[in-house]
Ligand binder design. Structure first.
Ligand code: PLP
Length: 347
């Protein structure tokens, strides 16, 4: 890759970050009179740890990376936005991303006034690394990959991803929001070989904590320092830090949920295949399936009428006629199948 400093926006390199009271003093004290906090209403009166060290230690013990390689934010969405703010010069740089994929990369690009170049996946949603690289130029700072990909559900081929990592001089983001549902190992293991790699993971899916908002970015310590410099000083509140710390003790519960959801996914797929107007179910390594049906808009509206909400993706590139269906609880899945079976009768 190119030298990291040549990829970073000049104003960010030169930035002197806000120094908060808790940055200057670490440890226990008899009286904390440094941050203009209210002495009452313990423990909520105190500002949270700006770098979330305790939580990071607990996470990195499981992920087997040092804490210096981890950024924690208000969902993965915060890390996505930081990628733009740290590396991409507005109205000058561009990023390249696969399409279709998660919508936030493009929204963040638009907010930061960065050109967003979409490279279509193949018709079966596989990645062509050469085609992706051909869309880059001297102003391409970042490539966005997502594996397993949303909304298609498939894992990107490791050799194609590797080809991107080995041949692109900028930053490569691999979003692994659904990695817990997939048989593949995380790209986190490859961090030491690729100083330009940023891996995103989240507590929003397998951990069942979407409402709590905690996202993770794994990267070289140099990149993490840049993220820390630019983020809001207290970006993860006390309630989130404490609650996630507590949940990390019950990883077996998460594993049991994943196991159940994977079983339910297979059951859902086999039931869906029995429905005549279901044309294709794309292979999924995530907790959802992309399903091609005859007249997606009509099926979508019918489900809404019956008070079941799925995601209509029919207007998304390569997803014509497709609904994205999240694997729910056994009861929710039974209800979905029951209602879908009555759809033809309603015509
Ligand atoms: C759901 C999802 C996320 C999660 O974002 P959070 O801000 O952590 O909730 C990230 N990336 C992809 C591809 C997703 O589908």
């Amino acid at each position: 890759m190119a030298d990291l400093t040549s990829l970073v926006r000049k104003n960010i390199l030169a930035l002197k970050p806000y120094s908060c009271a808790r940055d200057e003093f670490h440890g226990e004290a008899s009286a904390f009179l440094d941050a203009n906090e209210n002495p009452f209403n313990n423990p909520y009166n105190r500002y949270p740890d700006p770098l979330q060290w305790k939580l990071k230690e607990s996470i990195t013990a499981k992920k087997k990376v040092p804490s210096t390689h981890v950024f924690l934010g208000n969902g993965s969405d915060e890390a996505i936005d930081l990628v733009f703010r740290v590396f991409c010069e507005p109205a000058q740089d561009n990023v390249v991303a696969i399409a279709p994929t998660y919508g936030m990369y493009e929204v963040s690009a638009d907010i930061n006034q960065i050109e967003y170049r979409k490279v279509h996946l193949n018709d079966d949603f596989t990645l062509n690394a050469k085609k992706l690289l051909a869309a880059t130029d001297d102003h391409t700072k970042v490539i966005f990959l997502c594996s397993p990909n949303n909304p298609s559900g498939n894992l990107l081929d490791r050799h194609e991803v590797l080809h991107v990592l080995e041949n692109f001089g900028g930053i490569v983001v691999i979003d692994e929001a659904y990695i817990d549902f997939s048989p593949e190992t995380s790209w986190i293991e490859q961090l030491r070989h690729f100083p330009n790699l940023i891996v995103l993971q989240t507590f929003s899916k397998a951990w069942g904590l979407a409402g709590v908002r905690l996202g993770m970015a794994f990267a070289s310590p140099e990149i993490i320092l840049l993220f820390n410099k630019v983020k809001y000083p207290y970006n993860v509140n006390i309630l989130t830090q404490d609650l996630v710390l507590e949940h990390l003790q019950f990883e077996s519960r998460k594993r049991a949920w994943v196991e159940l959801l994977l079983k339910e996914r297979e059951r859902l797929i086999s039931d869906l295949l029995k429905i005549a107007y279901v044309k294709t179910i794309y292979p999924s390594s995530a907790n959802f399936v992309l399903v091609k049906v005859h007249d997606a808009n009509a099926v979508y509206s019918y489900l809404v009428e019956k008070s079941i909400v799925v995601r209509n993706r029919t207007n998304v590139i390569l997803c014509e006629g497709c609904l994205r269906i999240t694997v729910g609880s056994p009861d929710e899945n039974n209800l979905l199948i029951k209602v879908l079976k009555t759809y033809n009768e309603s015509l």
